[in-house]
Ligand binder design. Sequence first.
Ligand code: MTE
Ligand code: MO
Length: 414
Amino acid sequence: MDSKKPSRRKFLKSGAAVAGLAAVQSASGQTAAPEARPQKSLKDLIAYGERSHFVTSIRVPVVERPSPDAFGLTFHVLSPLQDSVGIITPSSLHFVGTHRGSIVPDIDPKEHRLMIHGMVDRPLEFSMEELKRFPSVSRVHFIECLGNHSKAEYKTVQETHGLTSCSEWTGVPLSLLLKEVGVQKGAAWVVSEGSEEVKGAGSIRLAKAMDDVLVAYGQNGEALRPQQGFPLRLVVPGFEGIYNTKWLRRIKVVDRYYMTYNDYGHISNDPKVAALTFRWGPKSVITFPSGGQQLPGPGFYQITGLAWSGGGAVRRVEVSTDGGQTWKDAELRGAIHPMAHIRFGMNWKWEGQECVLQSRCTDELGDVQPTRAQVAKFFNVAPDYYHTHGVQGSDNTIQPWRVAGDGSVHNAIA
Ligand SMILES: Nc1nc2c(c(=O)[nH]1)N[C@H]1C(S)=C(S)[C@@H](COP(=O)(O)O)O[C@H]1N2
Ligand SMILES: [Mo]
């Protein structure tokens, strides 16, 4: 080990058994030069970039719903959170949510229009070019589907939590467009509609629409991906995925909750479930070590994961390595954006014993992520009810991972 680098040595010393790190270096301390992979042609060099062929992480369909189905329809596919670093989900790995199965529409942006009508003084139709003449903003936000439920039978963090992703979205504040058309007195709700046959319509309150909703055309520095709503989508920060209407073509300002096809299927007349819909509560999950992964042996590790909340900024993430008996503050590693993923981490020395790892998020409202037992109590069901069922409403419960004595990691929901 290079003794001329005190900080590195100190770091490694704290984790005494980082086995293998020294072994990859040759006697001279140099690593072998990698084999060069020459670009085949200028065409390859300037083509839309590809990742290394050594990196193979991909999305997978939700466990219960294979895609495409017999009719060629695509349902939700899950983002590979176990391989994520930082907070931004690569656009090509963003989870995809489609209502009742649909085929991604192929929309020509030159033909596309957004109509805003209803209880407004001047109903208007905007072309993409016109929308881009408005002052734009870029913000980092997560989008998470209500279907992001963890269950005991799910093995990996991709299966338990893969219906959340985080991007930098660029677009026009919806409030600007609503001012442009002039919202009339008595208006209280906004219905948004997509372009495909099932329309993806949903109702949000006018107050939310005027607050922080974006009419977005950009994602992570480029145009939205077709799967994410090209050329235009709504981004409704902190709210459940369903309100983030993709392929957005129409916004109607109305005076009441509209009960669209989606709203009807989505809301609940159980007041407790209803209380837990619309906005996401504080949530977090450990992505390493997580289900299906294997620790090579006892020693020093970084427990790391993602935390987020629909209630604003994440204030605190705690980690427990003893099944929830004691908790320690994890570090928040990076800029904290409200209603966005934040990466957390904690140094950890695994002694080789069986243990259960968990993370717990607290947001700026002071709301704390609940355990499954707490949610069971709230809904007045037996503590073992969730053995076989998903949590009602939006599931932001604490996810336990069990590290077995052989270093294998398992879903510890019981
Ligand atoms: N037009 C339209 N918008 C839609 C949907 C849809 O099927 N059609 N799915 C919704 C659901 S259920 C979710 S969770 C989010 C998912 O966004 P994403 O596919 O970009 O991840 O989009 C929402 N917007
Ligand atoms: Mo969703």
